[in-house]
Write a protein that binds this ligand. Structure first.
Ligand code: F6R
Length: 633
């Protein structure tokens, strides 16, 4: 079978990573990556079919392969890709999860792939997580035997956990391990918490193919998307093989390719410090990045850098062709000074819209800027794109239902009806199995809780109630963590709002790193709406991107930095506090133990500290933005 390395992706869609211990390709878009992976799988199916043989695929679940499976489904429907001679083996399944539960990998595979292609049911193999303990070993041996009988795995598709797991081979799994029952690592359980509506509901065990089973496959494709994978991808591609990082064993396989998006490539030396691993095209942005990096390395402010600092850090070429040091340092100093802007929408009154994917992203991510926009007399609108109703604890819904019933009783408002609703909410919540979807009435109450918090937060930073818009986009209304892809109805709602308000500037959550996260989907919908508007009218508003609650832009990426005074920060904190259902303990806090207000403050003060370190004015805190380049996702 042809090795993937014989047909690397075209350089227009992907770049080979220099200095990596495995062949790795960075794709500009997750869609290109999915097309490429699906293309490789399809060619293996064709090759096998041509020989009259079955193609044997090893398959993962998770957020990463979703777009690959969508592409395979498209190829099946539109190009007749035939799966009738395909045999599949899934990598893993949670132990103790019934196949009908929404978290079951069996069900996940049916919904995301098998129900939409013509793979014969008898050719599908997924570990059985419902077996009694005493039957598990025999089942695992039989699973391995079945892989052998099928002729071994032709292509093994892999995702990777933040801790380096492949399948559920957690850190320190044995190199030659085979299919077995394993115990899940704490990091894996935290990452699965949102699928199970809380970490405590995540199973502690799973059945997984072993590292030995994976490494026996003929071809391995490891894919990784998003910033959360950037660190482990760097370790897998740049460090030595170690049991601490199971994915590093892939370095011992002779036909493996790693396919990643820009966000997952973010920490690779070839990206952070390309001048240390190869030849560099010294564009303005590369100069900015290198000189800021040099400040960090040398511990010096920009205007204190000298020629020796450049020479001592392997920046001879930059110095020779763009130097001397004071010229370079001054250039970067000016660029960075120009980012500081107290009036991000200018001085003349304008209309602006801040698009907030969830009800609290507006104040968490740009609360200080909202204060400034209102102070500058801009007509400041906020559009809440989703209800955020899945991120409310059951006990909060119960408390509000109880309070509303009591309120209605006190004021004699349709007491019978509200008692009925409260009873149905209580009944639904009492019957609810951990991790189950909510009843319609419960979801409504949870949505209302977040609606009232969003309103209170926006009023705190000075916005007017008439300028708040609750879009409740259809893609989000699944009641589950998994969302539908963006559709024309989502785009139409956004377009209608923009056409009605006619803003000169809009703010969009630009967390493009998580390809299936709500933020990215929301940005995708806004960009599509803007594209339609531009096509129809020839113009569009100015678009500034902000980062959500999770990460901040790198210093060299920032185009606008809005200073916040201690007073602004206090008001911003008050606005975040209005989101009571997310305070103290959020249902989906992610892997960061800090509360949202703490993250926001640390981040804004951290950006100011970094400006200070490179010798720019000392601010209390800064909110950072970049301009959208007009390219849809
Ligand atoms: C799932 C599996 C896991 C995932 C990994 C990444 O079948 O084998 O190793 O591939 O946890 O998950 P996502 O893609 O959700 O980030």
């Amino acid at each position: 079978m042809a090795k993937i390395l014989h047909t690397p992706p075209s350089p227009t869609t992907a770049r080979l990573v220099t200095g990596a211990k495995l062949p790795a390709y960075v794709f500009d878009s997750a869609k290109d990556l999915a097309r490429r992976v699906a293309g490789v799988i399809a060619s293996v199916i064709h090759e096998r079919n041509a020989l009259g043989q079955n193609a044997v695929l090893g398959l993962p679940t998770g957020s990463t392969p979703v777009s690959v499976y969508r592409e395979l489904i498209r190829m099946h429907r539109e190009e007749g890709l035939d799966f009738s001679n395909v045999v599949t083996f899934n990598l893993d399944e949670y132990y103790g999860i019934h196949p009908d539960r929404s978290q079951s990998y069996q069900r996940w595979m049916r919904e995301h792939l098998f129900d939409h292609i013509n793979v014969p049911r008898e050719n599908i193999n997924i570990p059985d997580g419902t077996l009694p303990l005493e039957e598990v070993n025999a089942f695992c041996d039989a699973y391995e035997a079945k892989i052998q009988q099928a002729g071994g795995i032709d292509v093994m598709l892999l995702g990777i956990g933040r801790n380096g797991h492949i399948g559920f081979n957690e850190p320190f799994s044995v190199r030659n391990s085979r299919t077995r029952l394993c115990t899940l690592d704490p990091i894996t359980r935290v990452d699965a918490a949102s699928d199970f509506f809380g970490e405590e509901n995540v199973p502690t065990q799973a059945i997984t193919m072993g590292l030995g089973s994976i490494l026996s496959s003929r071809k391995v494709l490891l894919i990784a998307l998003g910033e959360s994978k950037a660190r482990i991808i760097r370790e897998t591609l740049e460090n030595e093989v170690t049991a601490r990082n199971p994915a590093s064993y892939l370095q011992e396989h002779e036909d493996v390719s790693v396919l990643i998006d820009l966000a997952a490539a973010k920490e690779l030396s070839a990206v952070t410090t390309p001048w240390l691993v190869g030849i560099v095209d010294w564009t303005d942005s590369m100069i900015k990045r290198a000189v800021i990096w040099l400040c960090e390395q040398s511990g010096k402010a920009l205007l204190k850098l000298d020629d020796d600092d450049f020479r001592n850090h392997n920046l001879h070429y930059l110095l020779r062709h763009h130097g001397p040091a004071p010229t370079l340092a001054h250039r970067v100093f000016r660029w960075m000074m120009d980012t500081i802007d107290y009036h991000p929408a200018g001085r003349d009154a304008k209309r602006v819209i801040c698009f907030s994917p969830h009800p609290d992203d507006d104040v968490i991510s740009m609360g200080g800027t909202l204060i400034r926009l209102v102070e500058d007399q801009h007509e400041t609108h906020i559009a809440y794109m989703t209800s955020g109703n899945i991120a409310v604890f059951d006990h909060d819904a119960r408390r509000v239902a109880d309070m509303v019933t009591e309120y209605n009783r006190l004021f004699g408002i349709d007491e019978k009806k509200s008692t009925e609703v409260e009873a149905s909410v209580n009944e639904a919540l009492t019957k609810k199995v951990p991790g189950q979807f909510d009843h319609e009435a419960v979801l409504k109450i949870k949505g209302l809780i977040r609606w009232s918090e969003a309103k209170a937060g926006a009023l705190t930073v000075g916005c007017q109630e008439k300028n708040l818009h609750f879009l409740d986009l259809p893609f989000y209304r699944t009641g589950a963590v998994d969302k539908k892809p963006i559709g024309p109805e989502d785009v139409a709602i956004i377009r209608e709002l923009i056409e009605r308000i006619q803003p000169q500037q809009i703010y969009v959550a630009g967390d493009l790193s998580d390809p299936h996260g709500t933020h990215r989907v929301c940005a995708e919908a806004i960009f599509l709406a803007l594209q339609e508007i531009e096509l129809a009218t020839g113009s569009r508003p100015d678009v500034l991107l902000y980062r959500g609650a999770w990460q901040e832009y790198e210093l060299d990426e920032i185009e606008i930095a809005v200073p916040l005074s201690p007073g602004d920060m206090e008001l911003k904190r008050e606005a975040i506090f209005m989101h009571e259902s997310q305070k103290d303990e959020a249902l989906f806090p992610g892997s960061d133990p800090r509360e949202f207000w703490q993250r926001a403050e640390d981040r804004n003060k951290g950006t100011a500290a970094r400006y200070n370190q490179i010798g720019l004015p000392e601010f209390f805190a800064l909110e950072a933005f970049v301009r959208w380049d007009g390219v849809p996702l």
